[in-house]
Design a protein around this ligand. Structure first.
Ligand code: ATR
Length: 283
């Protein structure tokens, strides 16, 4: 007799627009894995209770994706953390191993790196990189980016002290910090990790940081091109990429951790883009 179907979920607040249930359900059908995955809206002060309920009381609760604003709390709850999650200070993937231990990982940085290097053939080795922002989203991706051995990584933020604090986490590595006005040379790759584009805002960036070789990458995505990517293309950037591929790649990494199988991300990403284009027409 088959037991209860293995259960997975994304916990966040808000969570209604999360594409994770859709992505993981597609991964499951693609790989023939028997599981259910749904979205849970968790009250901002209710994460402990939701976690406890999911893993201890629900039959079949196997793994969770964690999104805003609970990634730091998930980090605290994890009894065992991977080294990259440890450094990220945030956990986006939780699962119970056979020994009953609650494990935490952070797949965001790997998702970003895979999207850049595999899906878009952007080589990070020896490249000059600029990352905008110094919040949780940026902290989560720094270590996997540095593992690619860029020549230089500059962290620029509106509040300079926050950028400096992040740079200090990587002593001996080619990381520096500053404000937007300090930037004056072109970069090979500029990653926008600020939440400015959520409000349709653009950090005050000097035009000189972009030339015809520059790739712009916005960790955000939207149906329309983001303000940052629009700006990059207007400054003659070679390419502008949104964060949809990062979303799918970080999910694939979670799926592999949970199920031991790697899904085909290209097919899922293509379908996601097609669905977004269709829903744009019908809105
Ligand atoms: P997240 O989890 O998305 O990283 P966060 O920790 O609140 O969210 O960080 C948001 C980041 O976006 C910060 O780097 C923030 O800059 P400050 O540290 O100076 O607050 C940046 N940010 C948000 N709105 C911005 C704007 N309008 N212009 C420039 N930077 C902005």
């Amino acid at each position: 007799m088959a037991g209860p179907v293995d259960l997975y979920a994304v916990m966040g607040n808000p969570v209604a627009h999360s594409k994770s249930p859709w992505i993981h359900t597609l991964f499951a059908s693609q790989t023939g894995q028997r599981l259910r995955y749904n979205a849970r809206l968790v009250p901002v002060d209710g994460f402990d209770e939701a976690l406890n309920h999911f893993f201890k009381e629900e039959r079949g609760g196997h793994g969770l994706s964690i999104t805003v604003p609970f990634k730091e709390q998930a980090w605290e709850h994890a009894q065992h953390r991977t080294p990259r999650a440890e450094k990220a200070g945030a956990v986006n993937t939780l699962w119970i191993s056979n020994d009953g231990v609650l494990n935490g990982d952070n797949t965001d940085g790997l998702g970003l790196v895979r999207d850049l290097t595999v899906n878009h053939q952007v080589d990070l080795k020896n490249a000059r990189l600029l990352i905008l922002g110094a919040g949780g989203a940026v902290r989560g991706v720094l270590e996997p980016i540095l593992e690619q051995k860029p020549a230089e990584l500059v962290i620029a933020n509106r509040t300079v002290s926050k950028a400096e604090a992040l740079a200090e986490l990587f002593p001996g590595q080619p990381v520096s910090a500053g404000g937007f006005a300090d930037l004056s040379e072109p970069f090979d790759l500029i990653i926008n990790g600020t939440s400015a584009s959520l409000q349709g805002d653009l950090p005050p960036l000097p035009a000189e940081i972009v030339n015809e070789q520059t790739v712009c990458y916005d960790m955000m995505y939207a149906r329309e091109i983001t303000v940052f990517n629009q700006w990059g293309l207007a400054q003659s950037a070679r390419q502008a990429i949104d964060g949809l591929g990062m979303l799918v790649e970080q999910a694939a990494e979670q799926f592999q951790i949970w199920r031991g199988v790697r899904p085909d991300t290209a097919a899922v990403l293509q379908q996601l883009r097609e669905d977004m284009a269709v829903s744009k027409e019908t809105v």
